[in-house]
Design a protein. Sequence first.
Length: 339
Amino acid sequence: MKQQLENIEKVAKQELDSCTSIKELDDLRIKYLGKKGELKAILNQMGKLVPEERKEMGQFANRVKSDIENALAEKLETLKAQELEQRIQSEEIDITLPGKKIEVGKLHPLTTVMNEIKDIFLGMGFSIADGPEVEYDYYNFEALNLPPDHPARDTQDTFYITDNILLRTQTSSVQVHVMENQKPPIRIISPGRVYRSDAVDATHSPLFHQIEGLVVDKGITMGDLKGTLETLMKRLYGDDCKIRLRPHHFPFTEPSAEVDVMCFNCHGEGCRVCKNEGYIELLGAGMVHPKVLENCGIDSNVYSGFAFGLGLERVVMRRYNINDMRMLYENDMRFLKQF
Ligand code: PHE
């Protein structure tokens, strides 16, 4: 029996030595130490021995058992270390592989140009005023000298929340808020969204952006208006840019003008882009109507002012030669990536 035990120990150690994986090691553990293992089989025969021998054999068998256990544990540690080492080797980062490209977003052309325009006006000493997009009829129309049955309302049909509350059709509504809350000198711009009940096409959208300008002080003239707009356009389109004021009518300015800017494409010569005009219409403007000043509690005998409303989409389309307004809203990456 001793012979058998020694044999088991010898073979077990040999097998352990050549074992190369944790799975194999586990199989060996079962083979030698398991319930149906080789050691157990021998121990089961102990009953046949005389007590003397049984004691000696018992001790010997236990030593063999713990030897094998120790050897197993030792081997397990070695194998674990080897496997870790292999994993470290195989999972090592290959820094020569190209990295994953991170898409960096950028500003929408409407935002870029809006920011530029804000900067230009801040540089001229204007501040930026904000106003509600959901507006009372009074601020959008009535206080601006457009009483309920005024025909000019037809050109600015909008979306009504109630009879009295609507989505503003123009940023001119902010003029009234500002003049109600602030006494001259006033020098503000007010950029924001405006709405009109227009069908979508290349030059119309039910939502677009305007930048309102308002200056009220003693002795403000049409010359100040022209100078301010000329400065804006030169900064936007280059120093050789010229503007042209054409007589027009707005109920809230008197006199009123439409302001054209020299065609960026032909520099005034006349071409397809400007329909041979040499100029392109960009905004409406004028001297604030005395009635509007009075509606807001400003004495029109003491103060005068000018106002203008610039369409942001038009400026952006001119700037980048975009011929369809819808492209500005469709979020097509092939389009947006170009800016
Ligand atoms: N609010 C006018 C429009 O939307 C533009 C404008 C603003 C005209 C200020 C004159 C003065 O057409």
